[in-house]
Design a protein around this ligand. Structure first.
Ligand code: HAM
Length: 437
């Protein structure tokens, strides 16, 4: 089959009609994170494979089954990033940011790659908005990170997303827990999938988030980490819950959250839609920096799936700002008018206005039709008469009203009209978000 005109399975194109929705979600998230002190970081789309093996973990589904790994022409093993935390931690370490003022707070919007069974809400290329905070061990940091995630959802007008939290302890309390888990799973060993049989000795907690329905069923009755927390981890978790309550952030205690990546310690959380779709997940990873060769530093963060966020927003009819439209279409009749329109368009664009004019050589009627298709807010027709008088009719395409303007004053007149329109659009959007909440 000829696949040239078909995107690979599990990938999606973002077409011009919906890219403004992506920009809106990404810019909103980055701006709110900025208010919390997070500044954007950009890391490479590929890293050395062993970075993910060391951080995400050898026995995770992500590393065992889902990574896009290849050898480059220099014989190095390279992997397309399956998530954003490892690259951010590597960059922060590599550039010595942890020897400056702490905590170091970074945010990112990034594409991720996982060879998963693609289905609705699960893709092979997907995008995450994420934050990572290094050097903060207090429970307030956990609550702050969670509150940031919640604030983003609320600003986007997302309804019905519940916060689920759990604590998965630290290496100290895990020793006893692992013993209990091994004992439990040992009595079901024959029923476990091949991968999980191999995990039983090396990392029994990974069996808890295996995607195989049989392992999942067995895991449902397994002992939970919450019952095995050491004193320090229990106190930390109590303090996180108190902080959330003090800030009136409602949560559901969910002892079954284990997360699919090995670096987590203590607090873990997920934001779950009414349909059970996990739109964001994160938690603490106090051992990660040391695991990657740095001096011990605590860390925490979350990743939000942008495709899933948009999907829930569409499903729940959350409001989006209108798609950016052409502010003015300059319709020209004849060569001289076309040249004048091009000059006008150039100066109006320099002033920050979205202007288009004919670049195809269309007739007046065809230009009008095209302006209509573009959804131009205003049109103006320039012919010999307008060139001679310097006056033209500015038409508001929404109301159909026309107004005579001098071509010399066009920028000022148009700017005022557009500002009024923008203000009305913003008021509408804020109104619908407020109504929605
Ligand atoms: P994660 O739970 O693997 O965590 O992914 C975070 C979010 O990315 C998920 O909640 C989901 O919304 C989205 N996501 C994951 N896989 C897919 C997929 N195949 N298709 C579409 N969306 C997906 C992490 O990646 C951690 N790095 C999060 C983190 C940051 N923890 C601490 N800091």
């Amino acid at each position: 089959m000829d696949l040239i005109t078909q995107a690979p399975r599990g990938t999606q194109d973002v077409l011009p009609d919906s890219s403004h929705k992506w920009q809106y979600v990404e810019q909103t998230a980055l701006a709110i994170a900025r208010d919390f002190g997070f500044r954007e970081i950009r890391t490479p789309v590929f890293e050395h494979t062993n970075l993910f093996q060391r951080s995400v973990g050898e026995t995770t589904d992500v590393v065992q089954k889902e990574m896009y790994t290849f050898e480059d022409k220099g014989g190095r093993s390279i992997t397309l990033r399956p998530e954003g935390t490892a690259g951010a931690a590597r960059a922060v370490l590599e550039h010595g940011l942890l020897s400056g003022a702490l905590p170091v707070k970074v945010s990112y919007v990034t594409s991720c790659y996982r060879y998963e069974k693609s289905q609705k809400g699960r893709y092979r290329e997907f995008h995450q908005f994420g934050v990572e905070c290094f050097g903060a061990s207090a429970p307030q940091a956990d609550a702050e990170t969670i509150s940031l995630a919640m604030q983003i959802l609320s600003a986007l007008g997302l309804k019905g997303v519940a916060l689920h939290i759990n604590s998965i302890g630290c290496p100290t309390c895990r020793a006893k827990y692992y013993a209990a888990l091994k004992e439990y799973f040992a009595s079901h060993v024959e029923e476990l999938c091949g991968t999980c049989q191999g995990r039983l000795e090396r990392n029994p907690m990974r069996i808890l988030d295996c995607k195989s329905p049989v392992c999942h069923g067995i895991a449902a009755d397994a002992p939970v980490m919450l019952d095995y927390l050491c004193e320090d981890c229990a106190a930390h978790f109590e303090a996180v819950k108190s902080c959330l309550s003090a800030a009136e952030i409602p949560y559901v205690l969910d002892p079954h959250i284990v997360r699919g990546l090995d670096y987590y310690t203590r607090t873990v959380f997920e934001l779950v839609s009414e349909d059970g779709l996990v739109v964001a997940g994160g938690g603490r990873y106090d051992g990660l920096v040391e695991e990657l060769g740095g001096a011990p530093q605590p860390g925490l963060g979350f990743g939000m799936g942008i495709e899933r966020l948009l999907m829930v927003m569409e499903q729940t009819e959350a409001p989006f700002p209108p798609a950016p439209a052409c502010d003015l279409y300059l319709v020209s009749m004849g060569q001289a008018a076309a040249q004048k329109c091009f000059a006008l368009a150039t100066s109006l664009r320099e002033g920050g206005t979205a202007v288009e004019c004919d670049i195809v050589g269309r007739s007046l009627k065809a230009q009008m039709k095209y302006a209509d298709k573009l959804g131009a807010r205003f049109t103006i027709v320039v012919g010999d008469n307008e060139l001679e008088t310097g006056l033209a009719q500015l038409k508001d395409m929404t109301t159909g009203e026309t107004e005579e303007v001098s071509l010399g004053d066009l920028y000022t007149v148009l700017r005022q009209k557009l500002l009024d329109r923008e203000l009305a659009d913003m008021t509408d959007l804020f109104g619908s978000i407020a109504e929605f909440q």
